[in-house]
Ligand binder design. Structure first.
Ligand code: IVH
Length: 683
């Protein structure tokens, strides 16, 4: 056996093992090896694929990492349309559907399958010869967007299926963001000054429709498959229930709460149980779906318009209520934004009492025509901050007051609008929807900045909450985030503070000490640069490797990074231009907070010492761009093949002499596709 064959076999073995462990971890929730062992397997596979790119295949588990951004998604024609569902809102409507179905079938008894209706987005996954080839959104039902690259980042979606699966088939399912991930993402967005997603469906859709799949890969998306779309080349079971079971055996994630039932009474019981228990589910569900089990019966029933007659959604009661909006209050956010919020007559929505709700900005309030004193509809979607949906104009008495932010914050003594916290001037920059307090030392801004700095996703300093950070500021013990690191010198004063004892002060000081060693990404998040949340911070930490390199970057360098747009670049530049911010960073350095990636010095650039020769035409970028990418990763590009050449990249119409020389010397030849994967992997 040649070496090459042995290596290929090892690669195949690793792929199979990693896929099996992935499935156990992400689909079955039952891992068999530790995370560290898993990482070792992945590292070995990556290394082999780097050395032997000819064995790299698109279904390799290493290909789940995001790829470079695409300009726009391609279009996928669905072989059979992706349908939507008719709705029932009461037992009567459900019974009416059942009676009609029974009449159309000419049968009284037929079994049904009940499933949760997960609030995410529908996708269709096509597998050809055992591999995931296309993943598409529902689109208009007939044509969707090609989001294969993004779906590949979801670990519960198998990239390949066992050899005995049908040679060609399509599976449909719901991609969703579990509640916890949704909640985290929204908190992060609010911190970044971006509007939160209204519900998990929007969040999931926003995540899979990222043009840059490296962003998708950081979002904890999941999937439940809920039907077999079509299959060719091998018979499949003839009931929906058995098909789901079959899909499970092929490695897909099927909802364990699905049931097969015989009567509409049992469906009602299933529905009631989940109306009561829906809060306990890790995802947001807006109802149940009832499906006729036998595929033959489904065929006889057919569709009307976009909806199948063989299935119906029985929706859960809405988590919306109406109440009186007593007043619109204003709070000051971390970046100085004046945020309007609704102060409500307390009302129970889906079992939780709500007293306040979000109002996004003045334009939004005007557009929805929300007035103080209005009766309004409020909605709570899962764990998100409740929001005011809109007014009920029919209930107006004429006493309601239209909202003007500048009037609200008008200070009579000063004769001008003023920040409600510090009294500074208020501005609305051109093109922005928010008003801002102009004082960067505004106590509200500083306090929110400290809250962000110590938060879990940032420096994770336990023991400092809203009230302690307010006290520390008010007592003059700290004036900015860097001052946290000199609190040890003020131990005596800390112990004196109300509700603080020796023990809790020591715990706090220890927690502060430990935070000095956080990864660079966390430190970047903690600085609270506008528009830079967790995902962007990760991109920046990766690219720059140290705070100093980031601080000294240029706008050009920033916008050249895929996924950094002009708005983010401007914000980063503006942040580091401010002397106070530079001072804070110097103080952090003096306090021995780590400001670079741990591995930055010890690990050479990933393509260091590797020489590339390019021949023929490249599709994805110009020669010059290709050279820049290689150089950025430490490699070099030469014009002729010699013994030192690591790779010959052969584009379209390659030059014969270079190819011949490479073959003579046994130089590795790679296609543009493999070259791209290589650059992507190393970036
Ligand atoms: S069956 C023809 N099952 O609900 C059957 N859909 O309004 C159509 N959904 O676009 C889909 N959970 O995105 C089905 N268990 C489930 C579902 C489900 C969520 C979504 C799906 C579809 C929409 C229909």
């Amino acid at each position: 056996m040649t070496d090459q064959v042995q290596i290929q076999q090892r690669i195949e073995q690793l792929k199979a093992d990693i896929n099996r462990h992935n499935h156990r971890y992400h689909v079955l929730d039952n891992p068999e090896i530790s995370d560290a062992e898993y990482d070792r397997l992945v590292r070995e596979l990556k290394r082999l694929e780097e050395q032997y790119p000819q064995f790299l295949t698109p279904d390799s588990p290493t290909q789940r990492v995001g790829a470079a951004p695409v300009e726009a998604f391609g279009v996928v024609e669905h072989r059979f349309p992706l349908l939507s569902l008719g709705n029932a809102f009461s037992d009567e409507e459900l019974a009416a559907w059942h009676t009609r179905t029974s009449r159309l079938l000419g049968e009284e008894q037929f079994d049904l399958v009940c499933e949760h209706k997960i609030d995410g987005l529908a996708v269709a996954l096509t597998y050809i010869d055992g591999r995931l080839t296309t993943g598409a959104t529902r689109g208009d039902g007939f044509r969707g967007e090609n989001i294969t690259q993004n779906l590949k980042t979801i670990r519960s979606i198998p990239l390949s299926v066992p050899g005995d699966a049908p040679p060609r088939f399509e599976v449909r399912g719901e991609v969703f963001l579990p509640k916890a991930g949704f909640h985290r993402l929204n908190q992060e967005r609010v911190r970044e000054g971006q509007p939160p997603f209204a519900n998990p469906r929007n969040a999931a859709a926003g995540s899979v429709r990222q043009l840059d799949s490296r962003i998708t890969t950081r979002r904890p998306l999941d999937i439940c498959v809920y039907m077999l779309g079509w299959a060719e080349g091998r018979p499949v079971p003839d009931t929906h229930w058995d098909q789901l079971d079959y899909l499970k055996s092929l490695g897909f994630k099927v909802n364990p709460d699905n049931v097969r039932l015989d009567s509409i009474k049992q469906v009602e019981e299933y529905y009631r149980r989940w109306v009561d228990d829906r809060e306990s589910l890790p995802y947001e569900a807006d109802g149940i779906v009832v499906k006729v089990n036998a595929i033959e019966r489904q065929g006889r029933l057919g569709n009307i318009g976009h909806e199948p007659r063989w299935a119906i959604a029985y929706k859960f009661p809405a988590v919306e209520e109406t109440t009186v909006l007593k007043e619109i209050g204003i709070n000051v956010g971390r970046t100085g934004t004046l945020n309007p919020y609704a102060i409500l007559e307390p009302v129970a929505v889906g079992g939780v009492t709500i007293k306040q709700a979000a109002l996004h900005n003045e334009d939004d309030i005007r557009r929805k025509d929300i007035r103080e004193g209005d009766r309004v509809t409020v909605r709570r979607a899962g764990d998100v901050i409740p929001e005011v949906v809109g007014p009920i104009p029919g209930k107006r008495t004429g006493e309601e007051k239209e909202f003007s932010l500048l009037e609200k914050v008008f200070d009579r003594e000063k004769g001008r609008p003023a920040c409600p916290v510090c009294g500074a001037e208020v501005v609305r920059p051109e093109g922005e929807v928010m008003y801002y307090c102009t004082n960067t030392a505004c106590p509200a801004q500083v306090q929110h900045g400290i809250e962000l700095f110590v938060s879990r996703g940032a420096m994770d300093i336990r023991g400092i909450g809203e009230s302690l950070s307010a006290t520390l500021l008010a007592e003059g013990l700290i004036g900015n985030i860097a001052d946290l690191y000199s609190l040890r010198e003020k131990r005596e004063q800390l112990v004196e503070l109300e509700k603080m004892g020796e023990k809790s002060v020591d715990n706090l000081l220890d927690a502060i000490d430990q935070s000095r060693d956080r990864p660079l990404t966390r430190v970047i998040i903690a600085l609270g640069i506008r528009h830079v949340g967790g995902e962007m911070a990760g991109v920046l930490a990766n690219h720059f490797g140290s705070m100093d390199r980031l601080a000294d970057t240029t706008r050009e360098e920033l916008v050249a990074i895929p996924s950094v747009g002009p708005k983010i670049a401007d914000s980063i530049i503006a942040f580091f231009q401010q002397a106070e911010n530079r001072q804070v960073i110097e103080k952090l350095r003096a306090a021995r907070v780590r400001l670079e990636e741990k591995t930055a010095e010890s690990v050479p650039l990933p393509l260091a010492g590797q020489e590339f020769v390019i021949t023929g035409r490249l599709e994805a970028f110009s020669r010059q761009q290709a050279e820049e990418r290689v150089k950025a990763l430490g490699g070099s590009v030469k014009s002729n093949v010699n013994r030192n050449t690591t790779y010959l990249v052969a584009g379209a119409d390659p030059g014969g002499s270079k190819l011949a020389r490479a073959r003579e010397l046994g130089t590795k030849e790679i296609t543009e596709e493999v070259f791209l994967v290589l650059l992507e992997e190393k970036a």
